[in-house]
Ligand binder design. Sequence first.
Ligand code: CA2
Length: 149
Amino acid sequence: MSRLIYILNGPNLNLLGKRQPAIYGYETLADVEKECRELAKELNLEIRFHQSNREYEIIDWIHEAREIAGGIAINPGAFTHTSVAILDALNTFDHPIIEVHLSNIHKREAFRHHSYVSPIASGVIAGFGTQGYPFALRRLAKLLDTEKK
Ligand code: CA2
C-alpha cells in the first residue's frame, strides 16, 4: 500500500492564523504543513499538502490521489456543507479518508452541522484546532499499517 498521503484544504484556509484567531487559532497553514512534514518523517509517510479556493482544483487533486495515494486527510472548508462534486470525487478513492475541521462544526451555525463528506469518511476530527491534522496523519498511518497485515 502506498504511504503517500494527500492533505487537502479548501477555501479560505490560506487565511489561517491571519484572521479570526478566536475561532481558528494563531497557527498558519504553513505552520501546519511544517508540523505535518515533520510527523510524516517519523511515521514513514510521504505527504502532498495543498490548499485551494477553487473546487475544481481540490477535485483534480483527489483524482490524482486515486492513482497514487494510500490515504487522504481533507478539510474541505465551506465546501464540506455544499459540495456534492467533492463527495463524488472522494467516492472514487478506494482508501481511507479522514475529514478534519479546526472548529467544532456542531457547536456552530446549523448550516455547518451537515457534512457531505462525513458519511464516506473513515473518521472525522473537529474542534481540535490545528492539532487535528497530526491526529489525522497518525490515524492514517495506523490504518495503512493494519491494511498491510
Ligand atoms: O472548522 C473548519 O475547519 C472549517 O472547515 C473551516 C471553514 C468553515 O466554512 C467550515 O464550516 C469549518 C472556514 C475556513 C475559513 O478559514 C479561515 C481561517 C482563518 C481566518 C478566516 C477564515
